[in-house]
Design a protein around this ligand. Structure first.
Ligand code: F6R
Length: 244
């Protein structure tokens, strides 16, 4: 794991956007898996600006969904689907055939998980995954206590995730379950980027980078990954023992 600390959110976002551009330049048919949420928002803006200006070509790339709120339709602005359409797929002009997201309305969620795993296998694995970190140390919806041996699965969302998740929605919603790629996908991905910013993330960043690697804190698995990079701003790094 490589840790890079930036003066501000803009700096880490620019760095993450450059990693994504580097990946598509090395491999035009790269398979990406991009988190939703507040942390990577600026990364996606900078990425689309750069793509518009320099004409980097994403037309051969594939995009895998990291996770989704079970029962929330794609038309809901708080859904991961809506977020990715708005912030990534439409701005980059990605065609529907290259987008592979969970159907969180499916009556057969185990089958959704199985077909997602098959899609990832068929595409030869994920080249670059960009994740955020939850206030409880989750990555994707891999909540504390999750087995690191799982591929896609449905999971009960812990209380913190149910509460914090309300920030994405226009009114109160019931968020009980998530459908998510597993830590096994995360560990098998060729390059994982984790981004975090702001003082609110300082305590969980400290725990994730300094405590023992454990399923009780899924983000600690970033240190087990063979090729991972953590980009954080100085506020998120402020509680680290050896920051700077
Ligand atoms: C979203 C996701 C979540 C978020 C995490 C941080 O697709 O997988 O794990 O990355 O909850 O969210 P923000 O960035 O909003 O703090």
């Amino acid at each position: 794991m490589k840790l890079e600390i930036f003066d501000n959110y803009e700096g880490l976002s620019l760095r993450a956007a450059k990693e994504i551009i580097g990946a598509i330049q090395r491999k035009p048919s790269a398979v990406f898996c991009l988190a939703t949420g507040d942390s990577p928002k600026r990364t996606y803006e900078l990425l689309t600006n750069e793509v518009t200006q320099s004409g980097v070509d994403f037309s051969k790339a594939h995009f895998i969904g990291l996770d989704e709120w079970v029962g929330i339709p794609p038309s809901n602005p708080g859904s991961c689907h809506y977020y990715l359409d708005t912030n990534v797929f439409r701005p980059l002009g990605i065609s529907a055939a290259r987008i592979h997201l969970f159907d969180a309305l499916s009556k057969d969620l185990p089958n959704e998980c199985q077909s997602m795993d098959e899609t990832i296998r068929r595409l030869g694995g994920i080249d670059l995954m960009l994740v955020g970190i939850g206030m409880n140390g989750h990555v994707g919806f891999n909540e504390p206590g999750v087995s690191p041996n799982l591929y896609s699965h449905v999971i009960h969302l812990d209380e913190m995730t149910q509460n914090v998740g309300q920030k994405y929605f226009n009114g109160a919603v019931v968020l009980k379950q998530g459908i998510t790629l597993g830590l096994k996908h995360f560990l098998e991905t060729k390059l994982v980027l984790l981004v975090a910013n702001g003082e609110k993330k300082a305590a969980i960043i400290k725990r994730s980078l300094e405590e023992n690697i454990s399923e009780n804190l899924p983000a600690t698995f970033i240190r087990k990954h063979a090729n991972s990079k953590v980009f954080i701003d100085s506020a998120a790094a402020s509680k680290l023992i050896k920051a700077r």
